[in-house]
Ligand binder design. Structure first.
Ligand code: SGN
Ligand code: CA
Length: 548
C-alpha cells in the first residue's frame, strides 16, 4: 500500500527520516532470502475428508497436520479446477493454461508436451532448485526439474516402482511413506545455498484405496454419516447424470474396489495388480483385516439399499485410511522444516488434482462440474505474510498456481499464462478486481466412468453447464439448491440468469481463446469400441460379454 506524503509541508528532517526508512526496507527486501516452496499434492482428495473444511466425515477421520496449514495460513473455500481429472489438472498447474492451450485434455493415451513453458522451468532460471517426487501421470518424463523421482503411470500403493533418469527401481513398503522418505532425503542433500521448490505428489487417496498396513483397521467400529443424496435417482437433471458409470451401486466392484476375495480370486484385477505384489509378511496383515471384513460381509449378505450402504461404508473407510497417511506425511515434512529452521521461510501448500464424490449422488470418482469434484482443497501457509487462520471464498483455480509460485519466487510471469497470482489474497487483499466467474471444460468421453463432455461457467451461486454432445444444458442455483439436484434451465424465473450466464460463458471462451465449435478431439485409442471403459456392472446391464 502506498501513502502519499506531501513533503513540501513538512520539515526536511522528516523527509530524510522517510528516505532512510524506505532505503532500509528496500535493502532488507533485496537481501531477504527468497522463500522456499513445499507443495504437497494428493490425488482425488475431497474437501469432505479434510478437517479444515469442517464436513462431518472429517470430524471422525481427522487430519490434524493438514489442518495445521490452515491454522497457520489461509483456507481457500472455492478453489475450482479447470478440468476435473488427474493429468489435465497437473498440466494446467505446470503451465498456468487451460487444456486447450497446453494440449493435455484427457488422461488416457496422451503425452504432455514437455518442451512447453512451465513454472518449474521459469523458477529454475531465477535461481531455484526444483524437485518433484511421487505421482506425475503425464506420460512424458518431467522437464524443468533438477531432481525427479516419479511413479510410473498411476503408480502402486504397495511396494511401488519409481522412475528416475537412471530407470526403474522397486521399493518395499507403502507408497505415501516412501514418497515422504524420498522428499526428506532430497531436502537433506539439496544445495543449501539456494532456495527450493519441492513438489511432493501422493498417489493417495486414489482408487482402489489401499491403506497402509498399520491403518487397515482404523475406524473399523465407526459408522460414517451417509450423504443425503446417496440414493439419488437423478430426476431433475439430464442425461449425463443418469447415464454415467460411477455409481457405488453399479460401477463400484466388490472385488476390485472393496477387496472381496481380493486375496483368493487369482483371476481378479485386485489380486493381479495389488495383492500379488505383497510380501508374505504384508499378506498376513492384509488377510487378517480383510478376511474378517469379508466373512462378515458374506454372513450379512446385504441386498438392495443395504448392499449400497455396506459398499459406501467400506469404501469411505479405506479412502480415509489412505488420507491418514497423507496427513502423516504433511506432519513429517513440517516437523523437518521446523527442526531445520526452514518453516518460517517456506510457503507450504496443500492441494489435490480435483475433488471426489464420497457417496454424494450415489457416486465415487470425479469429472462432473458438480461441487464435490469441481472444487478442490487448497491450504497455504506463508509465515510472516499470511495472517494465521484466514479463509477466503474468492473464486480461485488450479489455473492460478503457476503464477502464484512465480510471484512468490519473485519471477515475472509470462503474459500467456491464463491465471492470477494468489499472492494479493495471501497478503490479505479483498480487492473487487478478482475474477467473478470461472470457466470449466471436461473432455474425456468415452472413457472411464462415461461422463459426457461438458463445459460451463460458475459465479459462486449459479452454475451453467453445457453437455454439447447431447445438446443439453443445466442451470443450478447453488444457494437455493446446494446439493445441486434441480436443473432450472427451463424455469422462466431463471430466464435472465440463463441469459447472463450464457453471455458470460461466451465472454470467457473468447478471453481464454477456446476454439469455436465442438472440439474435434476424440480419445484416439478407444478405437471402434465405445464400450471399452464400461464397468463390469454396466456391461451386465447392457448385456455385453464380460471384459477379458
Ligand atoms: C483409473 C481408475 C478410474 C479413474 C481413473 C482416472 N480405475 O483408471 O476409476 O477414474 O484412473 O483417475 S482403476 O480401476 O484403475 O482404479 S485419475 O485420478 O488418474 O484422473
Ligand atoms: Ca485424480
Amino acid at each position: 500500500m502506498f501513502t502519499f506524503i506531501d513533503y513540501s509541508r513538512r520539515p526536511t528532517k522528516v523527509f530524510f527520516l522517510h528516505l532512510i526508512l524506505s532505503l532500509t526496507t528496500l535493502s532488507s527486501f533485496l537481501h531477504a532470502k527468497k522463500p522456499n516452496i513445499v507443495f504437497v499434492f494428493s490425488d482425488d482428495h475431497a474437501t469432505q475428508a479434510l478437517g479444515a473444511y469442517g464436513h462431518p466425515i472429517s470430524k471422525i477421520a481427522q487430519t490434524p497436520h493438514l489442518d495445521q496449514i490452515a491454522k497457520a495460513g489461509m483456507r481457500f473455500d472455492r478453489c475450482m479446477v479447470t478440468n476435473s481429472i488427474c493429468g489435465p489438472s497437473r498440466a494446467t498447474i505446470l503451465t498456468g493454461k487451460y487444456s486447450h492451450l497446453n494440449g493435455f485434455f484427457v488422461n488416457e493415451g496422451t503425452q504432455f508436451d514437455s518442451s512447453q513453458q512451465t513454472f518449474p522451468k521459469l523458477m529454475r532460471k531465477s535461481g531455484y532448485q526444483t524437485s518433484i517426487i511421487g505421482k506425475w501421470h503425464l506420460g512424458s518424463d518431467p522437464t524443468g526439474f533438477d531432481h525427479w523421482d516419479i511413479l510410473p503411470g498411476q503408480g502402486k500403493y504397495y511396494n511401488p516402482d519409481f522412475k528416475t533418469k537412471k530407470g526403474l527401481r522397486n521399493y518395499t513398503g507403502y507408497c505415501t511413506e516412501i514418497v515422504t522418505d524420498k522428499a526428506l532425503e532430497w531436502l537433506e542433500q539439496r544445495n543449501k545455498q539456494k532456495p527450493f521448490m519441492l513438489m511432493v505428489q501422493h498417489k493417495a487417496p486414489h482408487r482402489n484405496w489401499d491403506p497402509d498396513f498399520k491403518y487397515l483397521d482404523l475406524y473399523d467400529d465407526v459408522e460414517f454419516p451417509e450423504p443425503d443424496t446417496l440414493f439419488d435417482n437423478y430426476e431433475g437433471r439430464g442425461t449425463a447424470a443418469k447415464d454415467q458409470d460411477m455409481s457405488i451401486e453399479i460401477s463400484m466392484e466388490l472385488n476390485n474396489d472393496l477387496k472381496v476375495d481380493g486375496n483368493s480370486d487369482k483371476k481378479s484385477r485386485y489380486y493381479k495388480g495389488n495383492y500379488n505384489r505383497l510380501t508374505p509378511e504384508q499378506k498376513l496383515l492384509w488377510d487378517k483385516y480383510y478376511n474378517k471384513r469379508n466373512s462378515k460381509f458374506k454372513k450379512l449378505n446385504p441386498k438392495g439399499r443395504e448392499l449400497i450402504r455396506w459398499k459406501y461404508q467400506s469404501y469411505v473407510k479405506d479412502y480415509v485410511r489412505c488420507i491418514k497417511s497423507v496427513d502423516d506425511s504433511v506432519g513429517r515434512l513440517r516437523t523437518y522444516l521446523k527442526k531445520n529452521n526452514l518453516l518460517e521461510n517456506t510457503v507450504f501448500i496443500y492441494s489435490s488434482d480435483q475433488g471426489f464424490y464420497l457417496g454424494e449422488h450415489g457416486w465415487f470418482d470425479k469429472r462432473f462440474m458438480y461441487d464435490e469434484s469441481y472444487r478442490t482443497p487448497l491450504l497455504i501457509s506463508w509465515p510472516g505474510v499470511t495472517k494465521p487462520g484466514q479463509s477466503t471464498d474468492k473464486l480461485v483455480s488450479n489455473l492460478d498456481f503457476a503464477q502464484t509460485f512465480l510471484a512468490i519466487s519473485g519471477t515475472q510471469a509470462p503474459s500467456d499464462m491464463q491465471g492470477m497470482s494468489l499472492v494479493p489474497l495471501l497478503k490479505g487483499s479483498d480487492s473487487d478486481l478478482w475474477r467473478t466467474h470461472h470457466y470449466y471444460h471436461y473432455y474425456e468421453y468415452p472413457g472411464w466412468h462415461m461422463v459426457r463432455r461438458h463445459e460451463g461457467v460458475y459465479d459462486g451461486q449459479y452454475k451453467l453447464l453445457h453437455y454439447y454432445d447431447l445438446n443439453e444444458w443445466e442451470l443450478l442455483d447453488t444457494h437455493k439448491d446446494p446439493k445441486e439436484m434441480m436443473n432450472q434451465y427451463q424455469n422462466p424465473e431463471y430466464k435472465n440468469v440463463v441469459a447472463a450466464m450464457s453471455a458470460k460463458l461466451n465472454d470467457l471462451k473468447s478471453e481464454y481463446q477456446v476454439p469455436a465449435g465442438i472440439p474435434e478431439f476424440r480419445m484416439k485409442h478407444v478405437g471402434n469400441d465405445p464400450n471399452r471403459y464400461l464397468s463390469k456392472g454396466r456391461r451386465k446391464i447392457e448385456g455385453l460379454p464380460p471384459k477379458k
